[in-house]
Design a protein. Structure first.
Length: 138
């Protein structure tokens, strides 16, 4: 296994499904400092309930990933690909989504309160309820 805390290690851990997410969340609870996972590829990964709060995920590949009930508050998702991702009941509060790709992502009952920098975010065909969208975007 790769060195703990590296992008390679996180990718291996988080691709293990529910078991990996549980182990990741336990590790993250003990290691709350800044974490840079820029460029990580978790496309189509099962990440339900994962804690990525405050993590730098620039240029991350999360297309088709199931991030339902994930904690992404304060995360940096700049230029990340979240197309076709499941973001149901996801906490995206104060998340930076500048230049993020969200085409055909499902965003139902997700918290976007204080979501930052939706500038240039690709939101076409994104599904969700009107109450999930910040007033500044309506």
């Amino acid at each position: 296994m790769a060195k703990e805390g590296t992008v390679e290690w996180a990718s291996q851990m988080l691709r293990l499904g529910a078991t990996g997410v549980e182990q990741w969340n336990e590790w993250r609870q003990r290691h709350t400092g800044f974490l840079d996972l820029s460029g990580i590829d978790l496309s189509r990964a099962q990440l339900c309930g994962v804690n990525l709060r405050g993590v730098k995920l620039w240029d991350a590949q999360l297309a088709g990933a199931d991030l339902s009930r994930a904690q992404l508050a304060g995360a940096y998702l700049n230029r990340s690909n979240l197309s076709e991702a499941q973001l149901n009941e996801c906490n995206l509060a104060a998340t930076n989504l500048r230049d993020a790709e969200l085409r055909a992502a499902t965003v139902t009952a997700a918290s976007l309160r204080y979501a930052l920098n939706l500038t240039q975010a690709q939101l076409s065909a994104t599904l969700g309820e009107p109450q999930d969208v910040p007033e500044t975007l309506l």
